[in-house]
Design a protein around this ligand. Structure first.
Ligand SMILES: [Mn+2]
Length: 356
């Protein structure tokens, strides 16, 4: 048992005797061991990691021989463990277990009550949202790789290159500089396409007078980074500069509002008010930010609908944008570590308008 499984087994006590974690992401979070197959049983008395022969040796090295069992006899073994440890209520991940898994669990484990409400999901999300120093370290390392990749690619962009080429160069640079994977499919949109917040890079060539928005990230030790920069190619007209300055002011306001105890609603509002007051409120449709960690999008959700309150140890993005349909868009995104007195910006790349 490690510090995370110990915390989880204590937290579930009011509603369950054990948690059965089936999702790959949460299994990784609680064990530090990445495997496409497996199940993790967490209870105060014991922690068992079930996996198949492809992973057995590596799992035993990581978690100890006594904690690893063969998933070939998962249900028989679970039933025996439940029986001998007096486990009657077993919590499962309501947001991740598939309907067929659920039906199978009910059929194969008739002796226990499956706790399938949101209780376990809420607890896991809350624990994952507060990062330990080594998690922040991995995120920062991933972020530095992304920044160095951007630095290189900004020197390569020329009129006539396609969005796809720029996206591929960012991905190549992140992977060459030590990313173990990409956080998500790189977004590179330009000109009128930049009004699509999550547009797919295509064969459009970048031209002088275009904004180019790049949204990308790297993965290090299972942890993701996320950043967005918008740069102009050749020139930027008055309205482009006005929109850029407004987004930067909104992003700065969101970061200034972020601190332990700030509601996600208020952090979002800080950015939204700046954009609304500048007359662009109708053109900022998405939330201001989201948590980042073993997944690219996790809790807390910094949006008008976000019910959470920011807590010391959260790592969240601040990424307001303005998107003028058919014309252009701007988004600027940093990641910040929430602290007691404010936040520490984990992103070091400059944010003043760059004209290439
Ligand atoms: Mn993001």
């Amino acid at each position: 048992m490690n510090i995370r499984t110990r915390a989880l087994s204590a937290a579930i006590a009011p509603f369950a005797d054990a948690a059965l974690i089936l999702s790959e992401t949460n299994r990784f979070y609680y064990t530090g061991f990445a495997a496409s197959d497996g199940a993790l049983l967490v209870s105060p008395a014991l922690t068992v990691f079930y996996t198949d022969s492809r992973y057995t040796e590596a799992a035993e090295n990581k978690l100890g021989k006594e904690a690893v069992r063969d998933s070939g006899r998962l249900y028989e073994d679970l039933a025996a463990v439940f029986e001998s440890n007096g486990i009657e209520r077993v919590a499962i991940e309501a947001d991740r277990v598939t309907l067929s898994q659920f039906v199978e669990l009910q059929k194969k484990l008739p002796g226990v009550t499956l706790v399938s409400d949101e209780a376990l999901t809420k607890e896991i999300n809350a624990e994952r949202a507060v990062k330990a120093p080594e998690e922040v370290g991995a995120i920062v390392e991933a972020q530095r790789i992304a920044e160095r990749a951007l630095d290189t690619v900004l020197g390569l962009i020329r009129p006539g290159m396609t969005e796809k080429e720029i996206a591929l160069k960012l991905e190549y640079e992140m992977l060459s500089k030590g990313a173990e994977a990409l956080s998500f499919e790189t977004i590179c949109v330009s000109g009128a396409n930049s009004s699509l917040p999550h547009g797919v890079p295509g064969n459009k060539k970048v031209e002088n007078g275009d904004f180019i928005t790049m949204d990308f990230g790297a993965v290090v030790r299972g942890y993701h980074s996320d950043m967005t920069r918008t740069v102009a190619l050749g020139r930027a007209d008055g309205e482009m500069r006005r929109v850029y300055a407004t987004v930067l002011e909104a992003q700065t306001a969101a970061l200034a509002a972020m601190a332990d105890g700030t509601t996600c609603f208020d952090a979002d509002k800080a950015a939204r008010d700046v954009i609304g007051n500048a007359g662009y409120g109708a053109y900022f449709g998405h939330g201001t930010g989201h948590g980042v960690g073993v997944e690219i999008h996790e809790k807390p959700n910094v949006s008008p609908r976000g019910a959470d309150t920011l807590k010391t140890g959260n790592v969240v993005t601040a990424e307001p944008g303005i998107y003028l349909p058919g014309r252009f868009g701007v988004r600027i995104e940093d990641m910040a570590l929430i602290t007691a007195s404010g936040c520490e910006n984990l992103t070091k790349a400059p944010k003043e308008l760059i004209i290439l």
